[in-house]
Write a protein of this length. Structure first.
Length: 254
């Protein structure tokens, strides 16, 4: 059976929420999530990149294969950011997470492009949180994805909530862009993705975005979604396995 994989969780202490690896794994057990990708918390995403990368890569190593780590690096740090990504990769990170709001850049100003080139070389996909104007929106992310066709992008939160209206046009514009399910109701936003022949459920990936949500609600939303079981299996883990597999194949060739 295809495992259920949560595409984005933030581990650590944020401004309003906190989550540790032990609590995360316990919650996963209780609601039927097999694996999760973990990113550093807000402070570490913004400024304490090395500290955050150490936390998530160590948690991943100690999880028995159930957790995998995103790497973070603030692109304002230039060459030092690339060095930090390389260090995190050696420690086991498997994908890149960026947050234009927390890290203080515009998606299209070119600042993040060297990090994307690093991700392309590693075969990593890139998680980008969206939903906050003016610097973290679906349509500019689609333009960024078009500029980097060799990188697969995951549109974190799919523009939630005010910019859900732009999520489907963004996916249609950039074929290397994927949506995540966090917050999105299946009877409106998710079903729009499924009905659109230019998108389909193969471009949608399950995420709880924990600890900002109620994980059980996020899982139930996808399990209650009126799609075929093969489609549901792809959303819950199959498509993400494909994205992760590209990085594994690239690493094996290094």
């Amino acid at each position: 059976m295809t495992p259920v994989i949560d595409a984005h969780v933030r581990l650590g202490t944020g401004r309003e929420v906190a989550l540790d690896a032990e609590t995360l794994l316990s919650t996963m057990d209780s609601i039927g999530i097999d694996r999760a990708l973990i990113a550093p918390d807000e402070r570490c995403t913004a400024v304490a990149n090395a500290e955050g990368n150490d936390v998530v890569t160590q948690a991943a190593r100690e999880s028995g294969g159930r957790l995998s780590a995103y790497a973070v690096a603030n692109p304002w740090r230039g060459a030092a950011a690339l060095a930090e990504l390389a260090r995190a990769a050696e420690a086991g990170a498997v994908a890149l997470a960026v947050d234009p709001v927390l890290q203080g850049f515009d998606l299209l100003d070119g600042l993040v492009d060297p990090l994307l080139a690093f991700a392309a070389e590693r075969g990593w996909f890139v998680y980008v949180r969206t939903g906050t104007p003016p610097s973290a929106l679906p349509l500019p992310l689609a333009s960024l994805a078009r500029r980097h066709p060799g990188v697969r992008f995951l549109m974190g939160r799919s523009g939630a909530t005010d910019f859900w209206i732009d999520a489907a046009p963004a996916l249609w514009y950039a074929p290397n862009l994927y949506a995540d399910t966090a917050y999105a109701p299946w009877d409106t936003v998710l079903s729009e993705f499924a009905r659109d022949p230019g998108i389909g459920t193969s471009r949608v990936i399950f995420s709880t975005d924990s600890p900002y949500t109620v994980p059980k609600t996020e899982v139930t939303r996808v399990r209650d979604w009126t799609i075929g079981e093969d489609e549901r299996a792809a959303v819950l883990g199959g498509t993400l396995l494909g994205l992760l597999g590209a990085a594994q194949r690239r690493e094996e060739r290094r």
